[in-house]
Design a protein around this ligand. Sequence first.
Ligand code: NDP
Ligand code: GDR
Length: 372
Amino acid sequence: MATENNNATLVSESGNPAASNGEAKRKVALITGITGQDGSYLTEFLLNKGYEVHGLIRRSSNFNTQRINHIYIDPHNANKARMKLHYADLSDASSLRRWLDTILPDEVYNLAAQSHVAVSFEIPDYTADVVATGALRLLEAVRSHIAATDRSHIRYYQAGSSEMFGSTPPPQSETTPFHPRSPYAASKVAAHWYTVNYREAYGLFACNGILFNHESPRRGENFVTRKITRAVGRIKIGLQSKLFLGNLQASRDWGFAGDYVEAMWMMLQQEKPDDYVVATEESHTVEEFLEVAFGYVGLNWKDHVVIDKRYFRPSEVDNLKGDSSKTRKALGWKPKVGFEQLVKMMVDEDVELAKREKVLVDAGYMDAQQQP
Ligand code: NDP
Ligand code: GDR
């Protein structure tokens, strides 16, 4: 939750840490993908640090701000509203440059993406346009904004992914070669190298965070962890009996999203820009996730899970396990939430959600098949 600021981070107009002379202004962050899982946690984190946060949201036929509604304050309440939302899209270069010129951010976090690996096989062009070329558009907008305004203190964060390692065996670190296995992962590799190139070519303070899977009760419902914990809640409460899944043998290094956004911010506070792996250094199979999640509420996953071929991918990433020693040493970062704690946190929240659904179903306001 956003709280009133106790330790506001202040900068002068030039971007330097400000003296307490009344001319100081808050640090300003611009976040793409603010409506996503990470965007919501990062916004809370930065508001707590005293930042003014501007988020770019894309137009959709329905409101897509559920994850940040609890911290939204009507902008008419100008003194209190420190999170502001603006329409833009990573496929629209002009909108990116316009908002940079208007907002004058100190830090830019590029979190927006078509982030579903399996879906990237269905919409490869679009995925590449948003994930790869979208990052390039934003980098170029930052570069040309700096050239026009001389605001060279701007710092840029690129949301890289462990999917870039693909089939390269674990443990994976900053020096491990990439071997992407999906249009999504190949696009993230391109975005990674665009970021390195802008750092080398133009001296941009640009960092790649290579983050391993991170989850939370706010995780999208079609990623495997949340799909499982949603089903556990609904099965426990009697709203569902089966759960259809694909490959249960894939292994992932799963951490908590709330821990990972802190590492993003830490990267941008260093003296020099660099690339960092963020991971728990522990890997578990999807089957192990099922064991813990169902077992926690006294159920046996084998009674409910049905394997459905449609959830297998044309090429799979079998085993991801990070080596985040550089990050732990250089940033002093380490994860606070462990695997079992993460699974239980997600199950607890989804059991409560299922209870609320049950009330609506019993009152005839909702079909048991329908999910809000
Ligand atoms: P989500 O899928 O939850 O959020 C993605 C965000 O991007 C949403 O706000 C979405 O908007 C926005 N978005 C999608 N397309 C566009 C577009 N064309 N223009 C502008 N915004 C767009 O992802 P996460 O929060 O989980 O991940 C954040 C970033 O980190 C992503 O880039 C992801 O690829 C990367 N990543 C994630 C990891 C993880 O385990 N979560 C691990 C490693 C990397 P809308 O709400 O409207 O859909
Ligand atoms: P991932 O996450 O592909 O690692 O990408 P996801 O949860 O989608 O898959 C993890 C593993 O679970 C297997 N799996 C299933 N996956 C889904 N979604 N649905 C199923 O029914 C299912 N059954 C088995 C998958 O095959 C896979 O092996 C996530 C995203 O957040 C990316 O944006 C991010 O870059 C990476 O994590 C790191």
